[in-house]
Design a protein around this ligand. Structure first.
Ligand code: XMP
Length: 518
């Protein structure tokens, strides 16, 4: 679908922030893909990019067998921008030298601009100092032929270097992070001016191209799409409906683990507003009885995932067989990040809506959002006319309230959780904080504590409140509410929700915590 657009290829050397490079590039209206360095040669040949960005990474080019950029990238004549480890592989491969250890710079640093450079055009001026974010142990000590130093910092004599003739640029700092305030503008200079990408990759274009691609893929077959109540599946469904009309049937499974008013809202939006064929499956009994007595988070997730597939199979048969299953899979779920831990990366949680389908379903996948980040999906949703309130909704996990109810799940606990959650979100909206917070929800704990209400003793559950800010859910900070707000929410929950007599606030960031409790 993106074959007609200019592309940037990002070679991943395992940095924690490689995705941020992609986001900065896409903010410029330029399509890009991230590829692990191990597959960069094939990806370079396939995508024929107009420019290549080399990411940072945890390795040291001074060690044997450390990763390298495919030589073809440097030989092909396309502009190259190396960041941190990317700078070091460039130096090492093009005839310079890199020294290991003892040169660490972590966090904020200041650079001084020594010479003009296409990367700095209109942003940084010779003789001035600017803040940047550094995170490196090694440093370049001798430049390859053709390069000159265009900026220095205290610990990096080659903080930024350039070979204008070959359009090779490299920086020791990280322009992709927010802590380098002008970093996005440098990336803009690289992709728009230096690599010459036109910036025509808009969501309007994406919509048109997706529709054509879906029509081609699906032909006259039937598609079913699982709606979770979240933004991604809703956007995928509306887009597919635009492409193939009533060949699409949406299935919304009420597993009894939805939030207050959620089912009604989804049904209203799809059936009444969009007029999209929607099967509303009432499967509360099926899910809740299978989860009875289950307290292990992975068993909960797997049970819910398995039942979802069962329900889909049944519904697909009912509509006379669907050849395709649509999913709202996003780009962060499909990026194959480099793992230096030696083996496959550890499964923290089994997300039930990610990955292939069990063989037995014998269905092909339609995943029109596979190339998009969450915020791009929101833009696409608005483009498709989804109401703002729906598009801006906080993410909600497929396993629903099951993973916000640590320990065993009971209908009493779920009822209390739903009410507490609704009060919490109502107060967040009232305070005008909903859009500032990335995700907020209540959790009901499998702990009972003693309280006193009126003249009586209570012995009820504890409710924990969670709110985080985040860019994409990969990392997150807890939200610093003021105490008066938290006090107000706690008072309302304890007074209005039967079964909860204590409220706590979760002040864990991710990492080391995860956003959800299970
Ligand atoms: P964690 O808890 O892993 O969550 O920090 C990161 C983001 O992913 C959401 N999440 C899920 N979404 N299916 C989903 O659709 C799942 O199984 C799932 N588990 C977590 C979570 O709500 C947060 O936004």
């Amino acid at each position: 679908m993106t074959t007609d657009h200019d592309k940037i290829l990002i070679v991943d050397f395992g940095s924690q922030v490689t995705q941020l490079i992609a986001r900065r590039v896409r903010e410029e209206g330029v399509y890009c893909e991230i590829v692990p360095f191990t597959k960069a040669t094939e990806a370079f040949a396939e995508t024929r990019p107009k420019g290549v960005i080399l990411s940072g990474g945890p390795e040291s080019v001074t060690t044997e067998a450390s990763p390298r950029t495919p030589q073809v990238v440097f030989d092909s004549g396309v502009p190259v921008f190396g960041i941190c480890y990317g700078q070091q592989t460039m130096a090492a491969q093009l005839g310079g030298e890199v020294e290991g250890g003892h040169h660490a710079e972590f966090g904020r640093a200041e650079i001084e601009i020594l010479a003009e450079c296409a990367l700095f055009k209109g942003v940084w001026h010779v003789g001035e100092h600017y803040p940047v974010w550094m995170s490196h142990g090694d440093r370049v000590t001798k430049l390859p032929d053709g390069f000159t130093t265009v900026a220095i910092s205290k610990n990096a004599p080659f903080a930024a270097v350039a070979d204008e003739a070959r359009k090779f640029y490299a920086v020791q700092f990280h322009p992709e992070v927010a802590h380098t305030p002008h970093g996005a503008l440098l990336i803009r200079n690289f992709v728009r001016d230096i690599a010459g990408c036109s910036g025509d990759w808009t969501m309007g274009a994406y919509r048109e191209e997706s529709i054509a691609k879906i029509r081609e893929q699906v032909g006259t077959e039937r598609v079913i799409c699982g709606l979770s109540g979240g933004v991604d599946s809703a956007v995928a469904a509306v887009l597919i409906h635009e492409a193939i009309g009533d060949q699409l049937t949406c299935v919304f499974v009420d597993h009894g683990l939805l939030r207050q008013g959620e089912a009604e809202e989804v049904v209203r939006l799809f059936r009444d507003h969009y007029n999209i064929p929607l099967v509303h499956v009432q499967a509360q009994e099926m899910f809740l009885s299978a989860l009875e007595g289950v307290s292990d988070p992975e068993v909960k997730r797997k049970t819910i995932g398995r039942l979802f597939i069962d329900v889909f199979e049944t519904e697909s048969k009912k509509i006379g067989g669907a050849a395709f299953l649509a999913q709202g899979t996003l780009y962060p779920d499909v990026i194959e990040s480099v793992s230096f831990t030696g083996g496959p990366s550890v499964t923290i949680k089994s997300h039930h809506n990610v990955g292939g389908l069990p063989e037995r379903m014998n269905m092909k996948l339609v995943e029109p959002l596979r190339e998009l980040f969450k915020d791009e999906v929101r833009v696409l949703g608005r483009e498709l006319g989804l109401p703002d309130g729906f598009v801006g909704r906080h993410p909600f996990p497929g396993p629903g309230l099951a993973i916000r109810c640590p320990g065993t799940i009971t209908t009493e606990k779920l009822d209390a959780l739903r009410k507490a959650d609704a009060i919490y979100l109502e107060e967040i909206r009232k305070a005008g904080l909903y859009d500032t917070i990335w995700q907020a929800f209540a959790v009901i704990l499998p702990v009972k504590t003693v309280g006193v209400m009126g003249d009586g003793r209570t012995y009820d559950h504890v409710c924990a409140l969670r709110a985080v800010t985040s860019v994409d859910g990969m990392t997150a900070d807890f939200y610093p509410f003021d105490m008066a707000f938290l006090g107000r929410v706690a008072t309302r929950i304890i007074n209005e929700v039967k079964g909860i007599n204590r409220v706590t606030y979760d002040i864990t960031s991710k990492p080391p915590g995860t956003i959800e409790w299970e």
